[in-house]
Design a protein around this ligand. Structure first.
Ligand code: IDP
Ligand code: MG
Length: 133
């Protein structure tokens, strides 16, 4: 069993579709191991998105998420990391495959509804940030 960190971003919380999103993971045989709602500080978000510090969209990304309610979850299952990424779809919803969460629900590349860890090292790091710090 593998564990990954998933965020249901504020754009989805605001639109009242938390349940629809969680249902998609569960229908795909993945399990919610832990779940909480949280308004993250800039410090948490800057740590979470550390790899993007030099990107032009970094400040706006942090601003768009800080102090807004989102859902943080640990999702587990066989190959949970890559399966969640596939279920989420491409970062840019225009490029997201049909039936993926971002294809169904995301409004833009920035407000793209969900986050899923990209690999094992990131998953462990992100689970620590959101659930163990
Ligand atoms: P990912 O969420 O699919 O792993 P990343 O490239 O790691 O995508 O980017 C992290 C987050 O930063 C994205 O989910 C999205 O919210 C935002 N983002 C990525 N690229 C852009 C962009 O070109 N403009 C604005 N926001 C972006
Ligand atoms: Mg990423």
């Amino acid at each position: 069993m593998e564990r990954t960190l998933v965020l249901i971003k504020p754009d989805a919380v605001k639109r009242n579709i938390i349940g629809k999103i969680i249902d998609i993971y569960e229908e795909n045989g993945l399990y919610i191991e832990n779940l909480k709602m949280i308004s993250p500080t800039r410090r948490i978000l800057e740590n979470h998105y550390d790899e993007h510090r030099e990107k032009p969209f970094f400040e706006e990304l942090i601003d768009s998420l800080s102090d807004k309610i989102l859902v943080a979850m640990i999702i587990k299952g066989d190959e949970a990391i890559s399966r969640v990424r596939k279920i989420n779809g491409a970062t840019d919803p225009v490029k997201a495959e049909e039936g993926t969460i971002r294809n169904l629900y995301a409004k833009s590349i920035r407000h793209n509804t969900v986050h899923g860890s990209s690999d094992l090292e990131s998953a462990e790091r992100e689970i620590r940030i959101w659930f163990e710090d």
